[in-house]
Design a protein around this ligand. Structure first.
Ligand code: F0G
Length: 452
C-alpha cells in the first residue's frame, strides 16, 4: 500500500528557540498589554499565528542567493534575476519592485484612479481598500453571496459575483471603473480560492467594456494548488502552468512577496501597459527608489526570485495546504465553529458561534484570542468588532500559518489548546474598551474584562 503520511518536505538546518511561559506570566503580560495581543512582546509568544506575512522560513537556496545580491544603485544584476523569475511565472511586460504589497497598491491606485471612480474586487484587503479610498475611489466588494455564510462549504468560495459585476458596470458606467481586481486567495473572505472559470468570466466581462483586470497575487501559489485539486481539467497540470494561465487572463498584478514570495520583505507591481508603467516608475522614484531596486536591497530581490519558484513546488504546496486543513478539520470535527472550508493560509474561528453568550459589542473575538494566549501562548488576531467597529458583520479569530516555520507537532499543540478552550467556553467573559485611537484602533486599543 502506498504511504499516505504527508511530511514537511524539508529538514531543519537552523533553529530559533521558542520560550514557554507560565500561565501566571501570561496573565500578567496580557493584563499589562491591555488585553491586546499586538502589544505583547513576541518573545512571550510560543506559537505566533498573528500573520503569514513576512514570517516564512527561507531555504538554503534563498540564503545562498542572497550572497549574490548586487547592491548597485542602478542596473543591478539582482534586478535582472528578479525580473526573469517574476516574468517566468506572471508573464507581464513591466515588473516594478516595491518594498511590500501596499506600496504597489498605492502606486497603482494613484496612477489609475480619480475621485468618483469605483474599483470592484471580490473582497479588498484592508490596505487595498485604504489605498483605493485614499486615491478618492470607492472600494466595492462583490464576493459571491455564500462567502458570508461561515458554515457553507464550497470549493471556490473566494469567487467574485459576476452578475453583480455586470450590474455595477451597467449602473456606474465603464468610464468610472478604471480597473477591476481579484484577490487570490481571498484573505478577508477566509483565505478562500478563486476558480480559473471565475477569473475567465470576470476577464470576459471586463473585456466587453475595455476595463483592465488586475490580480492581487499575494497567495497565488496556494490559489493555483486549489485549482489543481478542485477544478475539473487541472489535476494533471503543474502549479506553475496553472499560475501562468491565471495571470495570462489579467492585465497586471500587485504582489506582496511576504506571502507566496517566501521572503521576509518585498513586493512588486506588474502591468502590460507601457504608458502606465512610465508613470508608475516616476512615482516609484519619488518614494520607493530607482526602478531596479524599488526600496529593496539587492539581496531581497534575490530571495524573492528564488522564493517565488519554491512556492510553486508541488511537494511544498501539498504539505502547506494539508497542514492548514489538518488544523481546521480536526477542530471542526470536535464541533468548533470555523469558516468553512479550511482556507490556504489560515483558519478562521467563528467567535460569535464559539461564544454565543458574548454579544458582539462585548468583543467575542478579543475574548477568544485572549483565551488562546492564556491557555497555550498562541497569538492570533481578531477580525471583527474591534477591527471594523459597528460595520463588522462577523467576529472571527484568524490563525494564520507562517510558511515552513511550524511542524506537525506544533499544529497538534494548537489543536489541543483550542479544544481545551472550547470545553470551558461557557466561562469566558466579554470585554470593554478603555482606550482607543480614532482610526485603526485594533493595533493599539486597550481593553478590560467585564465583571462576570
Ligand atoms: N493584499 C492582501 C490580500 C494581503 O493579505 C496583504 C497583506 C496585502 C495586500 C498587503 O501586503 O503587507 O506586503 O503591504 N496581508 C497581511 C496579513 C498583512 O496579515 O494578512 P503588505
Amino acid at each position: 500500500m502506498a504511504i499516505r503520511t504527508i511530511i514537511e518536505p524539508f529538514r531543519i538546518k537552523s533553529i530559533e528557540a521558542i520560550r514557554g511561559t507560565t500561565r501566571e506570566e501570561r496573565q500578567r503580560l496580557i493584563e499589562a498589554a491591555g488585553y491586546n495581543l499586538f502589544l505583547v512582546p513576541a518573545e512571550a509568544i510560543l506559537i505566533d499565528l498573528l500573520t503569514d506575512s513576512g514570517t516564512s522560513a527561507m531555504s538554503t537556496e534563498q540564503w545562498a542567493a542572497m550572497m549574490r545580491g548586487d547592491e548597485s544603485y542602478a542596473g543591478s544584476s539582482s534586478f535582472d534575476r528578479f525580473r526573469a523569475s517574476v516574468q517566468g511565472i506572471f508573464g507581464f511586460r513591466h515588473v516594478i519592485p516595491t518594498h511590500q504589497g501596499r506600496a504597489a497598491e498605492r502606486i497603482l491606485f494613484t496612477v489609475m484612479c480619480k475621485k468618483g471612480d469605483v474599483v470592484p474586487n471580490n473582497t479588498h484587503f484592508d490596505t487595498t481598500r485604504a489605498n483605493c479610498e485614499y486615491a478618492g475611489a470607492e472600494a466595492l466588494d462583490l464576493p459571491i453571496p455564500e462567502a458570508k455564510e461561515p458554515a457553507r462549504v464550497l470549493p471556490f468560495k473566494g469567487n467574485m459575483d459576476t452578475a453583480r459585476l455586470a450590474e455595477t458596470i451597467a449602473r456606474v458606467g465603464a468610464k468610472r471603473i478604471p480597473l477591476v481586481m481579484l484577490t487570490v486567495t481571498n484573505n478577508s473572505g477566509g483565505g478562500q480560492p478563486v476558480s480559473m472559470a471565475n477569473i475567465r468570466a470576470v476577464k470576459e466581462i471586463c473585456g466587453w467594456h475595455g476595463i483592465p483586470l488586475y490580480i492581487d497575487a499575494c497567495r497565488f501559489a496556494e490559489n493555483a494548488w486549489f485549482i489543481k485539486t478542485r477544478e475539473a481539467g487541472y489535476a494533471e497540470k503543474a502549479p506553475r502552468a496553472i499560475a501562468q494561465e491565471m495571470f495570462s487572463l489579467a492585465d497586471g498584478c500587485t504582489m506582496s512577496a511576504k506571502k507566496d514570495g517566501l521572503a521576509n520583505i518585498g513586493g512588486f507591481l506588474c502591468t502590460n501597459d507601457d504608458a502606465l508603467a512610465r508613470q508608475e516608475k516616476d512615482l516609484l522614484i519619488l518614494t520607493e527608489g530607482f526602478p531596479t531596486y524599488g526600496g529593496l536591497a539587492g539581496r531581497d530581490l534575490e530571495a524573492i526570485a528564488v522564493g517565488l519558484n519554491e512556492a510553486l513546488e508541488e511537494e511544498y504546496l501539498k504539505y502547506r495546504i494539508a497542514s492548514t486543513a489538518f488544523l481546521g478539520n480536526h477542530i471542526a470535527s470536535e464541533g468548533v465553529p470555523i469558516m468553512q472550508p479550511p482556507g490556504g493560509h489560515a483558519i478562521y474561528l467563528d467567535a460569535r458561534a464559539f461564544l454565543p453568550h458574548i454579544p458582539p459589542e462585548q468583543f467575542p473575538g478579543v475574548a477568544l484570542a485572549v483565551e488562546l494566549y492564556l491557555e497555550g501562548g498562541i497569538r492570533s488576531v481578531e477580525i471583527g468588532r474591534l477591527m471594523f467597529g459597528e460595520h463588522a458583520t462577523m467576529d472571527l479569530v484568524r490563525l494564520a500559518i507562517p510558511r515552513r516555520v511550524y511542524t506537525q507537532s506544533h499544529i497538534e499543540y494548537v489543536v489541543e489548546v483550542i479544544l481545551d478552550v472550547w470545553r470551558r467556553r461557557g466561562k469566558i467573559r466579554g470585554y470593554e474598551v478603555t482606550q482607543q485611537a480614532p482610526f485603526l484602533r485594533h493595533f493599539t486599543a486597550r481593553l478590560r474584562p467585564l465583571a462576570g
